[in-house]
Design a protein around this ligand. Structure first.
Ligand code: ADP
Length: 360
């Protein structure tokens, strides 16, 4: 059975506003109720200022809620004294966009630091540092200094350091945002390994859709301090309810034609243009919908169809995207085909261009 390792119960964090908001309280996190499952990788997404960092800082008690409660590993953080808070924080590792390494210390000394703070004896520290550097794949860099490492290697040191005391939870604040795409994939694979092999629960703050797509099991979407929607990644993205979620998806998966593209397609082709969403039937979980779509096309052999735009990609290893078709044939048959498609998926119809702006 799944159990939650972090629970936000109607939790809010208000700050005194500054600038235009001076004199008011700003709810950086506003009445959030959310469970983070043990052993999961959860993405927290949203635009800058949405409250993501504050939400995550509530987990390691760098901030305490101004109302509601945050329960971590069974403990209500508002009830803990300083000593208990320190103990709890030692169970939570953190990695950062800018790595936050000590530049004047070697790789090994950076990783050793939290072990020193925790009072480990020298021999145990050395063995642990060696084991950690091997785990993250940079054992040969132990004696080098951060300035001699690439961004990806620096983040590996950051991960090794964060894991030194075997925390139950790892918080990653935009941990791949400063890295190029290839290095990002390597670091994401390492985070997946941490989760799968060590059982560490990981919470990833990100503004990058592909981070969520490639490693997260769960996702929480935030806007203006509020939690808009949360749940398994595929369900939240493939069946997005909120505009902010849809905008976020469209920022990277450009499977739908823009108004300009639709106009060009209409000029280039005669026929009816429709965009058909391709997703997996979430309940069946077996790609039923894709089969249904092709079968429906076969039931109207007098309609000719051609794919003119679109893409299908994967979210959480399941298909997601849309295809735009030009349909030509007798009007009644085209209308019947569209009606049948609508019984299995979402279909957007693009009204014929009248020379003005396309109506979207
Ligand atoms: P995100 O991580 O999504 O960019 P943040 O959690 O950093 O969002 O910020 C959410 C809101 O709370 C912003 O409006 C920000 O200005 C405000 N905020 C965050 N931290 C503080 C603080 N220490 N004092 C005052 N306002 C803050």
């Amino acid at each position: 059975m799944l159990s939650s390792i972090v629970s936000f119960n109607n939790a809010s964090k208000a700050f005194a506003g500054f600038g235009k908001a001076k004199g008011n309280l700003v709810n950086a996190v506003d009445s959030v109720t959310l469970d983070i499952e043990e052993d999961s990788i959860t993405g927290v997404i949203g635009y800058s200022g949405a409250g993501k960092s504050t939400l995550v800082r509530l987990i390691n008690a760098l901030e305490l809620p101004t109302s509601g409660s945050v329960v971590v590993d069974g403990k209500d953080l508002t009830t803990l004294n300083q000593k208990q808070l320190r103990e709890l924080r030692s169970q939570i590792g953190m990695i950062f966009q800018q790595f936050n390494l000590f530049n004047s210390r070697s790789v090994a000394k950076n990783v050793e630091y939290p072990l020193r703070v925790a009072g480990w004896p020298k021999e145990k520290r050395e063995a642990r540092v060696k084991e950690l550097l091997e785990f993250v794949g940079i054992a040969e860099k132990a004696r080098q200094y951060p300035s001699q490492l690439s961004g990806g290697q620096k983040q590996r040191v950051g991960i090794a350091r964060a894991l030194a005391t075997s925390p139950k939870i790892l918080l990653a604040d935009e941990a791949t945002s400063a890295l190029d795409p290839e290095t990002t994939s390597e670091v994401l694979n390492l985070l997946k390994k941490v989760n799968r092999e060590l059982g560490t629960t990981i919470v990833v703050i990100t503004h990058e859709m592909h981070v969520v797509r490639s490693i997260c099991d769960q996702v929480a979407v935030m806007e203006k301090g509020k939690l808009l929607e949360a749940g398994p990644v595929y369900n939240v993205f493939a069946f997005a309810q909120e505009d902010a979620t849809k905008r976020f998806i469209n920022s990277t998966i450009q499977d739908k034609p823009s108004a300009d593209t639709v106009r060009r397609l209409q000029q280039a082709h005669s026929g009816t243009i429709v965009t058909v969403t391709v997703s997996e039937d979430a309940a069946a979980g077996n790609g039923t919908q894709q089969r249904d779509i092709s079968e429906i096309f076969r039931t109207q052999p007098d309609v000719h169809s051609a794919v003119v735009y679109g893409s299908i990609t994967e979210i959480a290893q399941r298909p997601y995207g849309s295809l735009t078709y030009v349909l030509s044939g007798p009007d009644a048959s085209v209308t019947a085909l569209i009606a049948k498609l609508k019984t299995v998926t979402a279909v957007e119809e693009w009204p014929a261009s009248n020379g003005n702006e396309a109506q979207l």
